[in-house]
Design a protein around this ligand. Sequence first.
Ligand SMILES: Nc1ncnc2c1ncn2[C@@H]1O[C@H](COP(=O)(O)OP(=O)(O)O)[C@@H](O)[C@H]1O
Ligand SMILES: [Mg+2]
Length: 309
Amino acid sequence: MNKNYYVKVENLAKRFPGESKGKDLTVFENCNFGIEKGEFVCIIGHSGCGKSTILNILAGLDQATDGYIFMNDKEVSGPSLERGVVFQNYSLLPWLTTLKNVTFGVRARFPQWSKERVIEHSMKFLELVGLKDSAHRKPSELSGGMRQRVSIARAFATQPNLLLLDEPFGALDALTRGMIQEELIKIWEETKQTVFMITHDVDEAILLADRVLLMTNGPYARVAESVTVSIPRPRERSSVIHHPGFYQIRNHLVDFLVSRSKELSGAIQSDSNIQSFTPSIAPKEVDPIAEGMDVQSQEVGTQEQVISA
Ligand SMILES: Nc1ncnc2c1ncn2[C@@H]1O[C@H](COP(=O)(O)OP(=O)(O)O)[C@@H](O)[C@H]1O
Ligand SMILES: [Mg+2]
């Protein structure tokens, strides 16, 4: 990898031992990609290709079978407050108030700060997600959307060098999801954190990301493409769809999910055994807007058809 990335993932692989005398299961291998400092990167791929496993390895919560991850030129091993995670299921502490759920993380990250500074800092982030007035309520008194806002505020407030989001809006209804996406943009524009986010929502990725990584289907999945989203910021949900390049990017991503994710898959299945033929390569870099990709081919299916394919 010639670029001097802030986070570097090199030849990452995850294998699970096969049952009895069966062969090992290689979920993914030869995964190579980088993330620049301050960049917002989304990753998309069909269910089971290994996205959460990659995110957990980045978080230091799981171990790769092969390959390396470097952050700021240091190898990642084990969890650290430098890397913050937001899971789909909120993971708040139910016995603490909203505010204390945030200050808890902030205090751990900045133990030298005074109590007042910790509270002031935490309140600022609760305000950014519109929860200032709910600071003293417990998670059980909040809706699902509000709880997810708290976990986002907490993650950003602890100011990790790398923020990892695993389908953070997956459990929310479309309306709430839209609102929180806009808050996430606001908070990210303010903090310029480096973000790695898993999503299954193509439109969400275009709205949020600087770059979208595309994973082929497993087994032997890999990151096949790195797609630049060259739609200028600030972006808003209502206007991004009117950008002339929106459908060029959208078609490219949907087309990947419908056909290329399978065609480029590293697995060839012959009778009873599956084997890999993927060489170790960096993802192909694509900029659909710059390349003026075909906008006519809009019949690649709806999002729902793609994801359930
Ligand atoms: N302990 C395990 N033993 C065997 N296979 C596993 C184990 N944990 C996860 N897997 C497999 O790893 C694959 C990737 O899982 P995951 O990272 O959750 O995928 P994604 O997030 O892309 O949906 C899945 O196919 C899953 O069945
Ligand atoms: Mg997952």
